[in-house]
Design a protein around this ligand. Structure first.
Ligand SMILES: C[S@@+](CC[C@H](N)C(=O)[O-])C[C@H]1O[C@@H](n2cnc3c(N)ncnc32)[C@H](O)[C@@H]1O
Length: 207
């Protein structure tokens, strides 16, 4: 896969099948922090559902931000699990990323502070077997145009059912279709942060 240096200096890759990069060119690690960790208000003790594990940046940023986390990641493309073993990240991010590299290699990681499970397969199916209740959800598929199944109302309903009251879902997209589907699935919808481009992300709250 072609490597891209994003504007904050962190790396992302270009996925030929989806014809898209894994992250915003304006800054891959910045996107993880500003579009997922901050709007989800990640703090110690949370359970997080990570939809689209990809290069594992969102999970590693959560690990960097808080302790005693339970994380369940859904990912259908097994090629990312070997790809991420060789990605160079900034020094300050290395300890958190090393832990996520271990989780990707074995599909799970457990220590005193973190329990991470990476479920390989189509998230539309694998979500049905997830019995954890989550405080936060990272919804990070490719674009609605190229990856429609994970923006669909049916999938969002399955996500909603696995969230605790007051839990928050964050995503980079502000597409009208996504927001309608979130509302139909039961979410309260508000603007997420504006990062790197003019349009805001979206936050869905289970009131
Ligand atoms: C934009 S990337 C995610 C980037 C990632 N969150 C990160 O922090 O590096 C989208 C990911 O969703 C995965 N994906 C797409 N459709 C999927 C599906 N139906 N089920 C599970 N994973 C899927 C892709 O393989 C890709 O790794």
């Amino acid at each position: 896969m072609r490597e891209i240096v994003t504007k904050d200096g962190s790396l992302t890759f270009y996925n030929e099948s989806y014809d898209e990069a894994y992250h915003s060119i304006s800054g891959a690690l910045e996107e993880a922090q500003k579009k997922y960790i901050e709007p989800c208000q990640i703090q110690d003790g949370m359970a997080i559902l990570d939809i689209g594990f990809g290069l594992g940046y969102n999970v590693a940023m959560a690990v960097h931000s808080a302790k005693h986390l339970t994380i369940v990641s859904l990912e259908k493309d097994p090629s990312v699990f070997s790809l991420i073993q060789s990605i160079a990240v900034p020094l300050w991010f290395r300890p958190s990323y090393a832990l996520v590299q271990k989780a990707a290699a074995k599909r799970s990681y457990n220590d005193r502070d973190y329990g991470i499970r990476v479920i390989e397969g189509n998230a539309e199916e694998s979500i049905k077997a997830v019995d954890v209740r989550f405080d936060a959800v990272f919804l990070d598929p490719f674009s609605p145009k190229n990856n429609p199944e994970l923006w669909a109302e049916a999938f969002l309903r399955d996500v909603f059912a696995r969230m605790k009251p007051c839990a928050r879902l964050a995503t980079y997209s502000c597409a009208g279709m996504l927001r309608r589907n979130l509302r139909s699935a039961g979410f309260e919808v508000v603007d997420g942060p504006i990062v790197g481009r003019r349009a805001p992300g979206t936050v869905g709250i289970k009131e």
